[in-house]
Design a protein around this ligand. Structure first.
Ligand code: TXA
Ligand code: MG
Length: 332
């Protein structure tokens, strides 16, 4: 098979942004930076364009897309917000938080995979905000990776995964958060559920909502089984190299361990060095670990190791999101 042409990566100049906005309005796909991970965007009101997102990613038609908005006015056009949604939006938007709410007719079925609810987020990345404004339409965008693989946090990651299936990638630099947005189900405002942990933590949400959050539902969902929440397959965000998780990783264990394996610490281990020793943040700061997790997994996945050993974060706070992604990456 002859390989197709590869996608062009654009810098965020005013001219490029205007041209990419025209492409989006014409129904083309554009990969875009966000503060969490890169997304593969299309006009959310254009069903044909949104179908092309599923095709490019190889994503099952049952897994709905997140709609990205520029202003709060758009929230009420796409969804039916309640008091809890308004409070969370006021506290955390623009930012890495997605709200699931009853949908309005303006949202095509393909975006929500036929559900009566829609997931909405107002992103913070300045280039994406400018592009949203220029396009003048909400943009549906899942993470810009082939279905099931690790989410992209740089324009190069997008090109390496989807470069032969899409034409255009806007480069906004490495993603600042590095993990996908927190998703909260607010269909019933009296019983909010955390569907996916992220940078906005459970505790931050509970403080604003003044109640406990249920969920996420266990990790038992298997491909093909009826899913409680869409996109919550146990195996997701997965490198191809087998992964082993450790509640606590010691320098001694890594030093005795196989040279054919890679060892990923949360913080730089004192006194242990080697070509197969890695860490997510020199000080073990969780924000830094979250930011680098996916790029480290990608790099090591391509490096020919037999197994990747990774240290789990302390539970709670941002650790809940980091451990969620590590467990999905390690699920067989
Ligand atoms: O940070 C993010 O959220 C990134 C950037 C691009 O914004 N997007 C992202 O999209 O992570 P994706 O496709 O990888 O995950 C979207 C997930 C779906 O898998 C599903 O779990 C959830 O959003 N979702 C979307 N619509 C939903 C709905 N109506 N009800 C419940 N969950 C929904
Ligand atoms: Mg994804």
């Amino acid at each position: 098979m002859k390989p197709g042409p590869t996608a062009t990566i654009y810098r965020g100049t005013p001219r490029n942004l205007a041209a990419l906005a025209r492409r989006l309005r014409a129904g083309e796909l554009v990969a875009v930076p966000t503060e969490t991970v890169y997304g593969l965007a299309a006009d959310a009101g254009n069903a044909r364009a949104c179908r092309a997102i599923y095709r490019a990613k190889g994503r099952p038609a049952t897994d709905p897309l997140i709609v990205h908005i520029h202003s709060l006015a758009e929230l009420g056009e796409l969804a039916v917000p309640n008091g809890a949604a308004r409070r969370l939006a006021a506290a955390f938007w623009p930012g890495p938080l997605t709200l699931v709410l009853p949908k309005r007719a303006a949202v095509p079925d393909v975006v929500t995979a036929g559900r009566g609810s829609v997931a909405i987020r107002m992103p913070k990345h300045p280039l994406l905000r400018r592009l949203l404004k220029l396009t003048g339409r909400p943009l549906a965008a899942p993470s810009a990776n082939p279905f099931g693989y690790v989410s992209p946090t740089t324009a190069e990651h997008v090109r390496s995964g989807l470069g032969r299936r899409i034409g255009h990638i806007l480069d906004g630099g490495p993603a600042r958060v590095g993990l996908e947005s927190t998703i909260v189900d607010l269909r019933d405002p009296a019983a909010p559920r955390l569907l996916r942990p992220g940078r906005i933590t459970r505790l931050q949400l509970e403080k604003v909502l003044r109640c406990k959050l249920a969920g996420p539902a266990g990790r038992s969902a298997k491909p093909g089984a009826a899913q409680i929440a869409p996109g919550q397959l146990a195996r997701h965000y997965s490198p191809r190299t087998p992964m082993v998780l450790h509640r606590r990783l010691t320098a001694a264990a890594a030093a005795k361990g196989s040279r054919a394996d890679a060892w990923i610490f949360l913080r730089r281990p004192s006194r242990l060095r080697g070509p197969n020793i890695f860490w997510l943040d020199s000080q073990g700061r969780l924000a830094g670990a979250a930011r680098r997790l996916f790029s480290v997994l990608r790099r090591l996945d391509g490096a020919g190791y037999s197994r990747l050993h990774a240290e789990l974060a302390p539970p709670g706070g941002l650790g809940e999101a980091i451990n969620d992604r590590l467990k999905r990456a390690a699920a067989a």
